[in-house]
Write a protein that binds this ligand. Structure first.
Ligand SMILES: [Zn+2]
Length: 133
């Protein structure tokens, strides 16, 4: 008995009960939807993690965000800023500048017994903030 191609409702022709082309397309589509959903939830997760930061770390390179969070956490445990290479600004002794990588600095306000992180600046921003330049 010769196999007969079936004309499926979708307009494709093929063997079997269901159209293979459409089944495959549907599976690919479902996978795409799933991948997109995962991407979206990762993005939302990332966004939510920025909401939890006490200072704005959005738009910074990932490694800077990671390091900044580690420093913020350490400062929260009353670790010494000098452990991270932090220094007081010469023109404002109440501001401590902690290097993050080569191109970023975190500025913190010294409140006597603890430091409050204020913001992370790139090296360029930081230099603009220096008086006399
Ligand atoms: Zn089909």
């Amino acid at each position: 008995m010769a196999k007969r191609k079936t004309l499926f409702p979708c307009g494709h022709k093929g063997y079997g009960k269901a159209c293979h082309r459409c089944t495959q397309e549907l599976a690919a589509q479902q996978q795409y939807v799933q991948v997109m959903a995962e991407k979206k939830s990762k993005k939302q997760e990332k966004e939510a993690s920025f909401d939890r930061d006490i200072i704005n770390l959005r738009g910074l390179p990932d490694h800077v965000v990671v390091k900044a969070r580690a420093i913020i956490a350490a400062l929260g445990e009353n670790k010494n800023y000098r452990d991270f290479g932090g220094k007081r600004l010469r023109h404002n002794r109440f501001i401590v500048s902690i290097p993050i990588g080569r191109n970023y600095r975190m500025l913190c306000e010294d409140c006597g017994t603890f430091l409050i992180p204020q913001k992370v600046l790139s090296h360029e921003d930081y230099n603009v903030c220096k008086p006399g330049s």
